[in-house]
Design a protein around this ligand. Sequence first.
Ligand code: AP5
Ligand code: ZN
Length: 216
Amino acid sequence: MRLVLVGPPGAGKGTQAAFIAQARSIPKISTGDIFRANVRQGTELGVKAKTFMDAGDLVPDEITIGMVRNRLAEDDAVKGFLLDGFPRNVPQAEVLGQMLDGMGTRLDVVLELVVDDDEVVRRLSGRRTCRACGHIWHLDFDPPSVEGLCDRCGGDLFQRDDDQAATVRHRLEVYADQTSPLVAYYAEKGILIGIDATGPVDNVTDRALDALRHYG
Ligand code: AP5
Ligand code: ZN
């Protein structure tokens, strides 16, 4: 299955991507995660991306597209993949279509996670991520049993730099201006499915897997 997850910051894309990728045995390709790993390692790509990420702006397409092109060329993506955070605007979607055409394939489905802005702000202000295994926690909705430590691996939890209130507001504007047009773009192609992404994480996962059950 070749799947794209779309939805505003904090909709639960990363949370659901981990479950869906595991359930459907496909690699999860998250552009945000790849950028953050590069920032941590201090690579040239990370240095270029950091200023944009910290401001809540999109990293320029020429940087992002090259990175995704390389990742999709890896062996594990041949049979299918889940893209989380890409494409992020219509030009990225068009290039993705061309890349897949060139590989003799195309997207099966785009799953939109629908939540409102107030819920997004609640989710992002309490988000904590494990530095070691990447698991995503929430201080109120899915708290670790010991503050600051990951229950899964004992790693330290951190708050993302772009989860400050002012940056979150800006990320929501960027989503509305640049990313939300993808919903109509993929609806027109007949491959968009929207699901209600509110309520407990498990319920959202059930809805997502149910929506995807007809896709190889
Ligand atoms: P990216 O990492 O993609 O961030 P985002 O789209 O803003 O999404 P988030 O990771 O903030 O949220 P999410 O939807 O994954 O939610 P999560 O599951 O964590 O991008 C970051 C930056 O990188 C961008 O701003 C940009 O600079 C750059 N970038 C990335 N891709 C790019 C591209 N293609 N082009 C250009 N630039 C790009 O959940 C959030 C919280 O809610 C967690 O605490 C979680 O535990 C909790 N939660 C999840 N589900 C539920 C639920 N059902 N109920 C209660 N709480 C829940
Ligand atoms: Zn962990």
